[in-house]
Design a binder for this molecule. Structure first.
Ligand code: ZN
Ligand code: ZN
Length: 264
């Protein structure tokens, strides 16, 4: 059984709750510890029941509360060497037993979850996404990706639940308030995934049996939830999918928990 619920999503802060069997996982802790605790309680999860934290990369919108929660609940943090090197100065002292190293492409076990971290194209040191599996049910998280490449796609395909980045509408970005340099960064192959690229990926995911799609990490300035939703919806409908029955589609909120999806 796997369960996934986005607690916060967007350039302001990211954290996702995943349950795999009896293992309670937080993927990223990019909000304050108390906000994450509050969001967990809202979805019926006691913070005391958490088992571990996984971190995708060292940007502040992914790590803000990681140190606090690790110390408060004695939680191991799993991250790549590159992420640890950049993150360690920002999250405070972590108990040596709770420092766990992982590597893109190398699966590991965490309690009763089988986890595959995979490398992501992003302007950070050694970023990853995660596929988390229990009893052949799988949930994947892929945000902060400049392009949808083969590595990312091969890892997330056939997952029952996918949280995928739908960062910006290209026209809104080009005509929006960002500086030319920042626009280039967002659009680059190590920036963020556009609504169009996300939509195209989702239409392929549909063929691999994905049942629940959550669009996440929306830009505040260069996207809106309705534009992101409509872009992917259009691609899914074009493929003949009935949204709600063949596949569910939701935009993760920046500030509040999404639906909690469970696949048994
Ligand atoms: Zn981010
Ligand atoms: Zn990032």
């Amino acid at each position: 059984m796997v369960e996934l619920c986005s607690l916060f999503s967007g350039s302001s802060g990211n954290s996702t709750f995943v349950k795999a069997g009896n293992t309670n996982i937080l993927v990223d802790c990019g909000e304050s510890g108390s906000h994450i605790e509050e969001a967990l309680r809202q979805i019926g999860v006691e913070p005391e029941s958490l088992n571990c934290i996984f971190i995708t990369h060292e940007h502040i919108d992914h790590i803000k509360g990681a140190g606090i929660l690790s110390r408060r609940y004695n939680l191991p943090i799993y991250a790549t060497v590159g992420t640890w090197q950049r993150m360690i100065t920002k999250i405070g002292k972590i108990n040596a037993d709770n420092v766990r190293y992982i590597k893109g492409g190398v699966p590991f076990g965490a309690f009763d979850a089988v986890v595959t971290p995979f490398s992501t194209p992003h302007d950070s040191t050694e970023s990853v996404g995660f596929t988390i599996e229990h009893n052949s049910k799988r949930a994947s998280i892929a945000t902060d990706i400049g392009v949808m490449n083969k590595t990312v796609y091969e890892n997330i395909k056939a997952s029952d639940i996918v949280l995928l980045e739908s960062n910006h509408d290209v026209d809104m970005l080009l005509h929006g308030p960002y500086s030319p340099e920042l626009k280039r960064r967002v659009r680059s192959s190590v920036g963020h995934l556009s609504n169009d690229d996300c939509a195209l990926t989702c239409s392929h995911l549909l063929d691999t049996g994905t049942k629940h799609i959550i669009l996440g990490h929306l830009s505040l300035d260069n996207n809106t939830p309705s534009v992101a939703y409509a872009t992917t919806e259009e691609h899914l409908v074009m493929k003949g999918a009935h949204i709600g029955s063949d596949v569910t589609l939701e935009v993760a909120s920046r500030y509040a928990p999404s639906t909690k999806y469970t696949v048994r």
